[in-house]
Design a protein around this ligand. Structure first.
Ligand SMILES: CC(C)(COP(=O)(O)OP(=O)(O)OC[C@H]1O[C@@H](n2cnc3c(N)ncnc32)[C@H](O)[C@@H]1OP(=O)(O)O)[C@@H](O)C(=O)NCCC(=O)NCCS
Length: 187
């Protein structure tokens, strides 16, 4: 449920990506990216794609969403169907592990909410929108990766629990970062 402060802020729109969203969402993703030594939670050393790379992945993708207030991007969720994950040029360790799972699935890659808008229900709402579109498309399996070490992403792990996503396994990337892979069977 969205908290009243975002609703009162009104003009909140949640929709699929358009080309104009790519640059602001990249800037938002950059602002939420942290180093492994940070005490802040966020996208841990997640390599930022170029505008072209992100546009190719999200524009026209029914599983990816951007949230705006007065046309300012304040949140986003990038997610991909298994056919799209299979076409990733350089799948990371999370995508590789998810590709081993049952299909058809959706892989929720990045969920980000601008810091002033956090803890008002938007992250949960973006996931609910994704699940609704998955249901329309009869896709039952949802997967997601969350940082576990060196710093456990408590906001994201707690959100996983609230969404009934279960920890399936952990993976360690080539640089030593550990991620939990969470999954949910929708139907
Ligand atoms: C993780 C993130 C997307 C959550 O988005 P959000 O809009 O702030 O989350 P919501 O307000 O929808 O919270 C939903 C639930 O998640 C959990 N949660 C969210 N933030 C939390 C926090 N700081 N501490 C503990 N639990 C938290 C709670 O269960 C919350 O429900 P509640 O408020 O009823 O207790 C946001 O903190 C964020 O953008 N972080 C930086 C980027 C990142 O780390 N993304 C996740 C990795 S993919």
């Amino acid at each position: 449920m969205l908290n009243s402060s975002i609703m009162v802020n009104a003009a909140l729109s949640i929709r699929n990506f358009e080309k104009k969203d790519v640059a602001p969402v990249l800037a938002l993703a950059a602002s939420l990216t942290v180093s492994r030594f940070s005490t802040k939670h966020g996208f841990v050393e997640y390599p930022l794609p170029t505008k072209k790379e992100l546009a190719e992945k999200v524009v026209g993708n029914k599983y990816s969403f951007v949230a705006t207030v007065h046309d300012e991007a304040i949140g986003f969720l990038t997610a991909y169907g298994d056919d799209q994950v299979l076409r990733f040029e350089e799948p990371d360790v999370i995508a590789m592990k998810i590709l081993e799972q049952r299909r058809p699935f959706v892989y929720a890659d990045q969920l980000g909410v601008a810091r002033p808008y956090q803890r008002q229900g938007l992250g949960e709402h973006l996931f609910e929108r994704l699940c609704a579109v998955m249901a329309e498309n009869k896709i039952n399996y949802l997967y997601c990766g969350v940082a576990h070490a060196p710093l456990k992403n408590i906001p994201a792990v707690t959100l996983m629990k609230k969404l009934d996503m279960r920890l399936l396994t952990e993976v360690v990337d080539e640089s030593g970062l550990t991620f939990g892979i969470y999954s949910k069977l929708l139907a």
